[in-house]
Design a protein around this ligand. Sequence first.
Ligand code: FAD
Length: 503
Amino acid sequence: MNVLIWFKRDLRVHDHPALTLAASLGPVLPLYIVEPEYWALPDTSARQWEFTAETLADLRQDLGTAGARLVVRVGDAVEVMERLRRQHKISHIVSNEETGNLWTFARDKRVAAWAKAAGVEWTELPQSGVVRRLKGRDGWARKRDSFTAQPQLPAPTGLTPVSGVEPGVIPSARALRLAEDRCAHRQAGGRQHGLLALDSFLTLRGEPYRTAMSSPLTGERACSRLSPYLALGALSGREVAQATTARLAERPGGRWPGSLTSFQSRLAWRDHFMQKLEDEPQIEVRCLHRAAEHLRPRDPDASRLAAWSAGETGLPFVDACMRYLAATGWLNFRMRAMVTSVASYHLWLDWRATGPVLARRFTDYEPGIHWPQVQMQSGTTGINTPRIYNPVKQGSDQDPTGAFTRRWLPELADVPDAFLQSPWRWEGARGLLGRRYPEPVVDVMAAQRAARDAVFGLRKTAPRAEIVEIIERHASRADPRFVNDRAPRRRVPVSSAQLSLGL
Ligand SMILES: Cc1cc2nc3c(=O)[nH]c(=O)nc-3n(C[C@H](O)[C@H](O)[C@H](O)COP(=O)(O)OP(=O)(O)OC[C@H]3O[C@@H](n4cnc5c(N)ncnc54)[C@H](O)[C@@H]3O)c2cc1C
């Protein structure tokens, strides 16, 4: 029996349940399909592809060492698989479960229908704490922790390849005709770079993590920077979690224990958020809280959207973050939350217009984290207390010397520190604003007040039954790791106070 291993967002040989199973079944054909229709979606980009291509190069090498080279094909998944089935007598497909976007969800359904009709068995295996066909959130954290604690699966050796298969080339972004997407400081793809980042985080960079993660100045180094490696599956979540546990067991001193424990919580959040999209794929396109559906105009103000996307809002810290993101493909959590919050509250833009802009700029785009987070930071979940970040205050708190802001907005080099985050208050701004740097697109405080009134007004009138249903389905249970996204224990009546606070 010839077995096709379908690699998707799991580009590694280590701790790979599908590869382990396939190796025990017979000769293997490891396949990655470059799907042009996917790469034309508004949430994908050339920077993501380039990172993927680098990761595929590492995977090809690792699979070669294990005995079977990676096969790469460009085209529609069903057509590619049907051709391979005919040419190479494939009777079984094995893959790891993917929590992707709506497009990959629909594609998987097409593949399932084709496999059934063609008499091909398709086995999908869990590869993280995300649980498929979960009935409700009670007991989920235990299941997740139990998966994460199980031993990692070693990379197989001595694979028997299906013979006579042309490996195919890994195409360039240009060959795929992807829109130009310059990202001069993008992280390098591939498992080897992921392992280096993991090691340097756990032994050198991570000590100040807990206190340094929120500033863009210190977060760049103190955060793990593992997100793109986890998103593409170059590293497994389980191996990162277990490496962290092992490091904690060494009893490192100083700030290490607090930082490593905090990091472990973030890894749990990863699964917690991805579980939301797994349970409700429509989170990508519909407000979780239906009453929020008409909160903002569906057709966003085009000039505000363009200004925000280009880092030209006249709000310095927001613009610096957006330009930094364009150039690096990464932002720390706090800044992602802030730029989303400003877009959704101050600029009053629908998250379905801004979410794809961020997604394609993120090298680490992970639909299961991205869409629930975008909704959470836009006040459309119904269960989280809306958090409206003031960009002027964030700038002063997180970039007190102005070094970050000035680096990405060199036109503000001469603005004194006291006015850097609000140059419109500076009397010397006349030759600057509206010429070399824009006037602010909104009055921050007035826009913030208007947004708060609208969002809290909506929450007061929200149907209670709907909120209870969202809590049952998506909120975490009493677990200190998920303190910001927590539901009351089951069967405890939900009080009005809890509803309005979004607990
Ligand atoms: C609007 C918005 C969109 C986001 N979109 C993405 C996305 O597309 N892909 C993505 O990986 N992360 C996303 N995040 C979460 C978070 O900002 C990034 O995971 C983090 O900044 C990545 O850097 P790091 O790997 O150094 O993180 P670290 O702080 O070192 O965290 C380690 C890992 O934990 C997970 N993690 C960290 N924070 C969170 C969180 N708040 N929720 C869920 N998981 C978390 C990630 O996998 C991350 O790689 C988003 C956050 C917001 C507010």
